[in-house]
Design a protein around this ligand. Sequence first.
Ligand SMILES: [Fe+2]
Length: 197
Amino acid sequence: MKSSPLTQLDAADGFVEIQLGEAMLVGRSRIERRLSDLRGSFHDDAAYEAALQRGDPLIYAVSSVEPASGEGQMHYGLGVLYPGKIGREYYLTKGHYHARRSAAEVYVGLQGEGQMLLEDEASGASRMVPLHKHAVVYVPGFTAHRTVNTGGEPLVYLGIYPADAGHDYGSIASKNFRMVILERDGAPAMEERFNNA
Ligand SMILES: [Fe+2]
């Protein structure tokens, strides 16, 4: 039989189950990010340092499936973001651009209550989009994206993206997002970062 993309595909990459309770993909390892890994991500430095004095909790974890690389291929990852706040700001992921800026991504919410913070690179235009069970969010290219858990249970979601998208964390690390998502009167609200000292 001739070799084909289908027969070359590792069976373990062609079928994967989600263990929702564990927020894992069966048989996959997770990359974990703790509070100490998120220095500079939250707007309230004093609240961040005070929280770190009390402990270094797991904030989020991602397990990825990368079956093949190259043009036309797809990768995906299961993310779990735990609930909590630093000051008034909800627990968040670092956020990133794609190294290949034109690459888009689809997020599918599986559990929990959250928001995605999106920011257009050229204009800085920002948008807060709900992410929860059964929600599907389209992140266009040239857009920084971050996930925020605004609820009381782990927020679990899939992100599906072109295999050659790549991740650029450095641009966010150096200037962060223009907007923050804070609790205001018991609900999530998007505000300018520098109005929230
Ligand atoms: Fe992404």
